[in-house]
Design a protein around this ligand. Sequence first.
Ligand code: KG4
Ligand code: ZN
Length: 338
Amino acid sequence: MPLNSDTPIILAIETSCDDTAAAVLYNGKMLANIVATQKIHEQYGGVIPELASRAHQQNIVPVVQAALDKAGKTISELSAIAYTQGPGLIGSLLVGAQFAKGLSLALNIPTIGVNHLHAHIGAHYLNEYPPKFPFLCLLVSGGHTQIVKVNSHLEMEIIGSTIDDAAGEAFDKAAKMIGLPYPGGPLIDQYAMLGNPLAYPFPIAKLAGYDYSFSGLKTSILYFLQKRRTLDVHFIENNRNDICASIRYTIIKTLLQTLERAADDLNIQEIGIAGGVSANSLLRDELTKLGIKKQWKTHIPAFEYCTDNAGMIGILGHYQYLSGDFANINAKPFARGH
Ligand code: KG4
Ligand code: ZN
């Protein structure tokens, strides 16, 4: 293996779910960040794992080539390859991991196995003014909802998580119930902008500690829609904006009330959000407002680093590289946890 460079050039690969993504970073600075979103899943109302793996297989070479071209780098200049080790869909993860391992063997450079959830949080390190440690990060994606205390670039402590559905899942399942295609989170956000958030009150779950639960909300939306539709078959079409606004309001309020309590208890004023749901406009606005009220320093990632991307894998990979945290060639992808 070549000696570690102080200014590494890292190729990063992300294939944990339905986006095939590659990025190139020079010394922690983003040179290229390319994402190919798989449209094929829209028609099924959710991600079909087998189709996702096949699409990754088709996309990975052109996406990596596009990232290298945009960065103006060739593979011979790379210092290491960072890839998403997990959590995610195993078939999808395997495509990225095997590609990274194969290329690293051919180039005689190390691989870096990156935790996808840590990378969502690590997206903050790409900001011009990153959060100071320790900071609290609300990680809200399609598969996870956690409050994480971030002690250093690589040391993260989960202090609360969902006991059932993730916030993104709650958005997507609610969207499906009102007839919107997958992923419905961004569509609910759009319709909600035109609606009244207090039109239909839904329950806000409050759990002990810093955990979340969204399954009660899902059931309550289902029963509410069933009841209203028996009275008026066009209820959803005629009230879509208000329904979306009420759902969005409930999910965001649920998220922020527990985050606020955690920040108070831990006496932390550096607060961030991360993951796909951090693209939600109400969450961004309400966090900013709450931050002003509480005198927090709030951190909101740029849109391109909220939903799945390889840039975030690359920046966490960069810090792992500097700390000498390389993957063994036998490192196995993992589907869950961490
Ligand atoms: O982090 P991500 O891209 O993938 C996972 O690691 O899960 O998150 C995807 C999730 C989906 O559930 C999607 O509906 C949600 O993020 N999402 C949003 C918005 N944009 C993406 N949810 C609400 N409002 C949005 N604007
Ligand atoms: Zn993600």
